[in-house]
Design a protein around this ligand. Sequence first.
Ligand code: ARG
Length: 599
Amino acid sequence: MNLKLLFCCLFLLVLLIPAESKPKHRKGHERSHEGRHEKHGKHGMHDKKRLRFEDIIEDIFFRDTSDDDDEEDQSNSDWLFELLFPEGKCNPNPCLNNGVCKEKGKSFKCDCPKPFMGRKCEREPKVCRRGTCGRGECVLTSTRPYYECKCKAPFQPPDCRQYSVCKPNPCKNGGQCIKDGNDFDCVCPEGYRGRFCHVGPHDCYVDDGETYRGVVSETDDGYECLQWNSHFILEKGADPFNSFEDSDGLGPHNFCRNPDGEPRPWCFYRSGYRLLWDHCDVRPCPDPTDVVPTDTPDPEPTSSQLPSTSLPPPVTSTSVPQLSTVPPNITTIPQQFLTCGNPQPKKAVTRIYGGLKVAPGAIPWQVSVQEKPKNSPRPYKHVCGGVLIASCWVLTAGHCIEAKKDMQVVMGSLSLDNVEPTAQTVEVEKAIVHENYRSTLSAVYNDIALLRLKGKDGFCANETQFVKTACLPDAQLPDGMECTISGWGATEESDFGSNHLLDANVLLINQEKCSEPMIYGNVLDNTMFCAGHLEGGVDSCQGDSGGPLTCKQNVTHVVYGVVSWGDQCGKKNKPGVYTRVTQFLSWIKSKTQASPQAA
Ligand code: ARG
């Protein structure tokens, strides 16, 4: 935690270094890919580096580990469980999956129906454990033993531990297998391609590829797609079969599909322990009239083949027309921002890995706070997030404000490097940092600031589908509540931040719990609170500061926290710390109402 400020400063510095001079990937990997980025250029086959034998051997995912981290995760989630179900009480029933609760002295015991187990019957038998499938992917099936191993060639079934090169020939469609040490290459007959020559000449997609039923199973960068019924996808909280309106093309296979209105077919892939997704190397059909993807063995799943799932049904999607920015009409001021906290209806997208790619209009109050040296011709750079709370007011973190800087905010754009037509860019007239803002080596206190935007007659931002205000909270929210964080900050994949706005869900953590010595000890005060997951993983990070933590109060989204600080990111027992907005309601009111620009 002592390094926290240093990290923030380093991050700000890094943002000022021109993008070209940054290494593309922190592990010196050849694949310059940020999993959750929207891709623009299409890569040719020669750009790819396919998974070679040595990569498979070195892949940390295939390292055999014991299952002992289950125990730890258990103890980390217990505090939340105890909060929701007071100790020793069977009412409400703390046992999940129809477990029967029996009071036992001061505690309770759950009798679990088979095959559930665990203190609250929350666990199913884990058929897919690390190492179950050697060097292969474990996919869930509905019949005993409830899993199957999909080996990475040249590893062989049934458990993907032995390997055999070119025997049997893994190349399809008459492809020739050429041995290359422990590895092999398929030389494909004319017109066929793909690692196994499995992609035929007519394999292509039309329009956005919603109807694509071909067999391409590689991403643009050459990553092998995961099976849609992969245990790994479910384990990461995504459930393809229940998340999309149209899961028709999905099944127990790893072919690229487009069930959710992406511009073209895509698939999930894995990098280490991370679940990522990307568009696929599928070719568009030359002419919509001669599309006959004939060579497409596409085993359509029957519902009994699909893994059982528990996510809620998908939300109906709405199409979002491209709007061009309407220039602010200064003479006739329309009635705007009359409501707050109501985003555009969001499409269910479960391509998660810590964070989700945000859909247009889903977090319309998110702004990018950008800076450049005062009066310099240099371009503005993103330094922090911010939250639009009124047409002329943005809430951000105190530590985001630097003296002698020109500032602007960009609203209504999901992408940072490619400002969308829906974006509105407004200069900052004045930054007001909280009078008691104080930063020490171990924490940041009263970390809040307001940006007054340039405009006229209380009219600065223009309300559109993509630009809306968040509401201010009017009450304390309960510990354990699930809230949303968002930003363009550093991700597990890229220290330099994400180009596309990401969001993730975090839980509000009890203040006493977060003040335990092994978490943040006594440095916390009531101007801040913790949110995240004590087991680590999902968190905000450098570059997200100043951005929103919003929670749903009834049907509206209130900005309950502002991203402030944390001891590194995503670390176990080191959740994110957020400015407690409810402590600053009168401060916000006094500043915004004192000004002639008040909205
Ligand atoms: N101070 C950071 C920034 O300026 C935010 C850090 C948040 N850290 C965390 N672990 N949640 O962007």
